[in-house]
Design a protein around this ligand. Structure first.
Ligand SMILES: *Cc1c(COP(=O)(O)O)cnc(C)c1O
Length: 483
C-alpha cells in the first residue's frame, strides 16, 4: 500500500492495523543535521521518510502551516522544561487545544485531504469522532474549515470536564458539528462503531457524495507526526549540551491507547538512541500488568480517575507493537486479538516478553499519588503539571529508585494543567467548586502561572451547539448533518 492509500483508508479491509514495511534509519549525522532546524522542518523531514509518495515541498508547506503561531503559542512548538539535572518535561500542550493530540491533529487533516486527492477520491470525507474529551476538541480544531471535509464529534454528556465541553461547543468552522450523547464514553463509542458498520447508511451517504472516516489513533496519519517530537526532544537536548551525540536517554509516557508511546518505539526502531520507554498507567493498570507478566487481561474493573484520558481497558495500538515484537508474525498477532475478543485476555510467549523487557518498563500511580506528585513538584520546583503528566513523573521516580538508572530522562507532558483545573486545585489544597472559567482564575491565583491563551479566550465564547441525542439517535443525527 502507498502511504496515501493507508491514510485514506484508516483501517485495513481485514480489520487489522496498517504498519510500515520497514523503518527508515536516522543515524547520528542525520540527527545532528536536524539540531539547527525548526520544529516544522524537523517534522517535514521525519514524516517525509514515511510518506514517500507525498511531494516533499507539499509536506514542507503542510508542516509549516500546522506548526506555527498562533496555533502553537510557543516558538519551539514542543519545548523541553528542565526540572533538575537529568530530568526534563517535553511540553506537548502549547497547541490550540492545550493537549498533546494537537501535535498530530494539526497536521493529520492536511495529510488526509491530500491522501484522498492522491487516491482519486472525489467524495467529501466526513470524520466521525467519539471522544472522552481531548481528541474531540483537537480533531475539531484540526478539521475546522479544511476543504473537502466535515467533522462530527459525539461526547458523553456526563463524561467530560466543563472546560472540555465549552471548548467543543464553542468550536468555530462551517464544516463542524458537536453533539452530546446521553450516557458514558462507551455509549458514544459504541454508537460511532455501529454507524461505521452500517451498510445502509454508507450507501445513503455515498449517494450524497460522502465518505466516512475516523481520526483516532488507529489511523497511521496520527502516529507518524508523533515520531517527530521524540526526535525533536533529542535534538534539543543535544543543542543545549545536556547529552552527547549517540548518548541513550529514557522517555516516560502517560499511556492510554498506546499511540503516543508507540511513536516513541518507532523512533527507537529508526535508530534514535533510546534506552528505556517507561509506560505509565493510572489506576487502570492493565498495561503495567501486561509488561510485568506477559498476560493482557481486560477482565477487570474500570475506574474513573483524575487522569481520564488514560482510563482505558483495551489499548488498541498495542497490536502494532506486538507485530514488531513477534518478528512481524501477523498470524500470532491475529491469535492474540481473537483471544482478546473471545476471552478478554491473551498471553504472549517468553520470546515476545523478552523483547518487550529489552526496551519497555512499566509502572502505575494511584489517585492519591497523582495529587501528591502535583503538589510536590509545585512546591519544590514551582512547576505546575497536569494529572496525566503527574502519573508519568511518579512512575519515572519509582523506576529510578528500583533500577538506579541515572540516564537523562524525558517525561512526556501531555496536557496543560488548566484543562484539569478541579483536580489540580484539589492537589494544591485549594479545592474549589464553580463554573469552568472561574476555576481557571482560581488555579492561576493559586499557582501564579498565567492561563493559556486558548483557554483564556473561552471566557468570551458562547456555545454554538446544543444537540443532545440518545445512543439510538446518533445515526439520524449524522444523516441530518450531512444529507
Ligand atoms: C490521549 C491522552 C493520553 C494517552 O495517550 P495515548 O496515545 O492514548 O496513549 C495521555 N494524556 C492526555 C492528556 C491525553 O489527552
Amino acid at each position: 500500500m502507498s502511504a496515501s492509500g493507508v491514510i485514506a483508508r484508516g483501517l485495513s479491509d481485514d480489520g487489522g492495523l496498517f504498519v510500515p514495511d520497514d523503518f527508515p534509519q536516522i543515524d547520528e549525522k542525520t540527527v545532528m543535521s536536524l539540531v539547527s532546524k525548526s520544529y516544522a522542518e524537523r517534522a517535514a523531514f521525519i514524516t517525509g521518510l514515511f510518506l514517500d509518495d507525498f511531494d516533499r515541498e507539499q509536506l514542507d508547506l503542510f508542516c509549516a502551516q500546522a506548526y506555527c503561531s498562533p496555533g502553537f503559542s510557543h516558538p519551539a512548538v514542543a519545548p523541553l522544561h528542565k526540572l533538575d539535572a537529568g530530568t526534563f518535561f517535553l511540553e506537548l500542550w502549547h497547541g490550540p487545544t492545550c493537549a498533546f493530540k494537537d501535535m498530530a491533529l494539526q497536521l493529520m487533516p492536511r495529510l488526509l485531504a491530500a491522501s484522498l486527492r492522491m487516491e482519486g477520491e472525489t467524495r467529501r470525507v466526513c470524520v466521525l469522532v467519539a471522544t472522552s474529551g481531548d481528541t474531540g476538541k483537537a480533531a475539531l480544531e484540526g478539521f475546522a474549515d479544511t476543504p473537502d471535509t466535515s467533522i462530527m464529534v459525539f461526547y458523553p454528556r456526563d463524561g467530560v470536564s466543563e472546560i472540555q465541553e465549552l471548548q467543543m461547543l464553542s468550536q468555530s468552522g462551517g464544516n463542524v458539528n458537536v453533539v452530546a450523547v446521553e450516557g458514558n464514553f462507551d455509549d458514544a463509542q459504541a454508537g460511532v462503531k455501529r454507524i461505521f458498520s452500517d451498510d445502509e447508511l454508507r450507501c445513503t451517504l455515498d449517494k450524497h457524495g460522502f465518505l466516512l472516516s475516523s481520526a483516532n489513533s488507529i489511523n497511521w496519519g496520527r502516529l507518524v507526526p508523533q515520531i517527530t517530537y521524540y526526535v525533536s526532544a533529542y535534538c534539543d537536548l543535544l543543542s543545549c549540551g545536556e547529552i552527547k551525540a549517540g548518548e541513550k536517554i529514557n522517555f516516560c509516557v502517560p499511556t492510554g491507547n498506546f499511540g503516543n508511546i508507540l511513536s516513541a518505539y518507532y523512533a527507537e526502531k529508526m535508530g534514535l538512541p533510546i534506552n528505556r520507554l517507561i509506560c505509565a498507567s493510572n489506576r487502570n493498570d492493565v498495561l503495567t500488568q501486561f509488561l510485568g507478566t506477559g498476560v493482557y487481561d481486560k477482565n477487570r474493573p474500570f475506574y474513573t480517575t483524575v487522569s481520564p484520558s488514560m482510563d482505558i481497558l483495551v489499548s488498541s495500538n498495542l497490536e502494532r507493537l506486538l507485530f514488531e515484537l513477534s518478528g512481524k508474525n501477523g498470524d500470532a498477532v491475529a491469535g492474540y486479538m481473537s483471544s482478546l475478543s473471545k476471552k478478554g485476555s491473551y498471553e504472549v510467549p517468553d520470546l515476545v516478553r523478552h523483547e518487550l523487557s529489552r526496551i519497555f518498563a512499566g509502572g502505575r500511580c494511584s489517585e492519591q499519588e497523582t495529587l501528591d506528585t502535583i503538589a510536590r513538584v509545585h512546591s519544590k520546583y514551582k512547576y505546575l503539571i497536569d494529572t496525566h503528566t503527574a502519573v508519568a513523573f511518579k512512575v519515572l521516580t519509582d523506576y529510578r529508585e528500583q533500577t538506579g538508572d541515572k540516564r537523562p530522562s524525558v517525561v512526556v507532558s501531555t496536557a496543560s494543567p488548566y484543562k484539569f483545573c478541579e483536580s489540580v486545585l484539589k492537589a494544591l489544597g485549594a479545592e474549589r467548586s464553580g463554573k469552568g472559567c472561574e476555576l481557571l482564575d482560581a488555579l492561576s491565583e493559586v499557582s501564579g502561572c498565567p492561563v493559556p491563551a486558548p483557554l483564556e479566550a473561552l471566557r468570551e465564547k458562547t456555545p454554538r451547539f446544543t444537540g443532545l441525542v440518545k445512543r439510538e439517535e446518533m445515526k439520524a443525527a449524522v444523516t441530518e448533518f450531512l444529507v
